[in-house]
Design a binder for this molecule. Structure first.
Ligand SMILES: [Zn+2]
Length: 108
């Protein structure tokens, strides 16, 4: 069983991480100032940037969903268990990734 103190520590980290990711998403969603007289190069740089931002946004949203799931698992008492086999995920792995969903053997 995971230590209650450890779970509380992870909960704090998850909440902090969630705020950080939400701030990132907000920043990515803020529209840029329109340029005055953009030339072709500006426009194509802009298109590349948009694509990168979209990918980044998708990554952030994915993490946010995992954080929310982990917070729910803390609530219902299943936090720190592998979603596939039910084994306990080590504290070491949870320290690295508080929203970890799988034990080491299922991850492979
Ligand atoms: Zn497993």
């Amino acid at each position: 069983m995971l230590d209650q103190n450890f779970i509380e520590k992870m909960q704090t980290r998850l909440i902090e991480e969630k705020e950080r990711v939400e701030a990132e998403i907000k920043k990515l969603k803020t529209p840029e100032e329109p340029m005055d007289n953009p030339d072709i190069e500006d426009l194509s740089n802009d298109a590349t940037e948009d694509l990168l931002e979209e990918q980044l946004l998708a990554v952030h949203k994915n993490i946010l969903a995992k954080i929310d799931d982990a917070l729910l698992r803390i609530k219902d008492g299943t936090y720190g268990r592998c979603l596939i086999c039910g084994a306990e995920i080590s504290e070491e792995d949870l320290e690295k990734e508080p929203w970890a969903e799988h034990c080491r053997s299922c991850k492979q």
